[in-house]
Design a protein around this ligand. Structure first.
Ligand code: COA
Length: 143
């Protein structure tokens, strides 16, 4: 059987994005639902990654002036290690690059994911901070 086609789309289907986040951040990582659902989903651009008919990953984009904030990057565990997370982050950077007023992309990386983002051109900035009970580092790259 041929492998299911992979694609990433901008989506208004916030519930599907939240369902992936629930599996990854809450069920897998133990982050409280209230920390994930911060009330900013309505103002955000959401990316969904699809393998055929299955939504397997997501990322969220918010703006603050000239800064594009990428967050909530999650790929379902059974689909990791195949480049889907990389593709999601690079698509988020592309979306920001198409917005002329945006100069840089920022994200708060879980420390365990810093090497993943470094490989995509993000550079750590500042000191480790705690968010949702996990150590994070701010990371930045020009767009
Ligand atoms: N630490 C170091 N390297 C990592 C990594 C990690 N935590 N996760 C992925 N990588 C590497 C991969 O080995 C791969 O390297 P390669 O190109 O040399 O093979 C590269 O990064 C790209 O990996 P990719 O397959 O695109 O990533 P993925 O689809 O497995 O998704 C995450 C990566 C982080 C999105 C996924 O592991 C995830 O959802 N984790 C749980 C949620 C999370 O931590 N999100 C980040 C919050 S800041």
């Amino acid at each position: 059987m041929a492998a299911a086609a992979f694609r990433i789309e901008e989506s208004r289907d916030i519930r599907t994005a939240q369902a992936i986040r629930f599996r990854v951040f809450t069920e897998e990582q133990g982050i409280a639902v209230a920390d994930d659902l911060d009330g900013r989903d309505d103002a955000a651009t959401h990316l969904l990654a699809w393998l055929g008919a299955e939504a397997i990953g997501t990322a969220r984009i918010l703006e603050a002036g000239r800064v594009g904030k990428i967050g909530r990057v999650a790929v379902l565990p059974e689909h990791r290690g195949q480049g889907f997370g990389r593709a999601l982050v690079l698509r988020a950077v592309e979306v920001l690059a198409a917005r002329p007023h945006i100069a840089e992309a920022r994200l708060g990386a879980q420390v365990s994911a810093v090497p993943f983002y470094e490989a995509l051109g993000f550079v750590p900035e500042g000191e480790v901070f705690m968010e949702a009970g996990l150590p994070h580092l701010e990371m930045v790259r020009p767009v």
